[in-house]
Design a protein around this ligand. Structure first.
Ligand code: ZN
Length: 259
């Protein structure tokens, strides 16, 4: 059994999802952590959660590489988290922008992004929910400091790219880190994964994001988790089944299924 710790399920075609989920379950995918990117996407994730309550662990939030939410949208999102808490396993995807930083900071004050993530973090704390983070390169350290500032205990740095120093700090704080199919072919990710203790490691696809090399031209689905496990077993020289068991336990511990 496996759990995809980060997937954008709302971005797959609605007609296909039903058939896909059946195939994924038959192939050993126990569940997925479905993250959201904005208010509309959060409603979609909640709808999917109601339709597939045991298969989906729902996370709602606002993606930091997009324009920040309007005040009323943020307000509605934060209220939604409280109102639908019985359905929600986490807050995410939240974080700070890296790839679109230049364009976004020309249009909005950097402060707006920091305030937005802090508001989510505060609700995560009061509602005792974990956060699913998009915090890479220099932003990983900034987000780490915000987590420390608010004494957050349960956090997941998804598809982390960072310095050895920051990775070590993230580990010291007890936070989780996930790798994507990229770990199968990219040196940077292979080096990073060796810094992460197995009991803080998660696996994800970030689907439908597309990957290269052996994944080129193939639709990204949680079926890729098996390939990640094979690669991890080689990189870490650890038996595959032991890794699978440990990673599954980690994911279940962090993202409690509400169903
Ligand atoms: Zn994502």
């Amino acid at each position: 059994m496996t759990i995809d710790a980060h997937i954008h399920l709302d971005q797959y075609s609605e007609e296909l999802v039903e058939r896909y989920i059946q195939t994924w379950i038959e192939s050993g995918v126990q569940s997925v952590v479905a993250v959201s990117t904005n208010l509309k996407s959060s409603y979609k994730t909640l709808k999917l959660k109601q339709k597939y309550p045991t298969f989906i662990r729902a996370a709602i939030g606002h993606h930091p590489e997009d324009a920040p939410p309007l005040q009323r949208e943020l307000h509605e999102l934060l209220n939604l988290i409280k109102k639908e808490k019985h359905l929600i396993s986490a807050i995410g995807e939240i974080g700070l922008p890296t790839y679109n930083k230049k364009e976004l900071y020309e249009l909005y004050h950097e402060e707006v992004f920091v305030e937005t993530i802090e508001q989510f973090i505060q609700v995560a704390k009061t509602e005792a929910l974990p956060v699913s983070l998009h915090a890479v390169h220099e932003e990983s350290e900034k987000v780490l400091n915000l987590l420390k500032k608010h004494y957050i205990r349960k956090a997941h740095f998804h598809w982390l790219k960072t310095s050895q120093e920051t990775a070590n700090e993230i580990i010291c704080c007890g936070y989780y880190v996930s790798v994507t199919p990229e770990v199968c072919y990219r040196k940077r990710d292979q080096k990073l994964v060796q810094l992460i203790p197995v009991d803080q490691l998660l696996i994800e696809t970030d689907g439908p994001w597309q990957f290269n090399e052996m994944f080129m031209g193939r639709e990204t689905t949680p079926l890729f988790l098996e390939d990640i496990l094979t690669c991890l077993s080689n990189i870490l020289s650890t038996p595959r089944e032991g890794l699978r068991k440990k990673i599954l336990e980690n994911t279940e511990q962090l993202y409690i299924n509400k169903s």
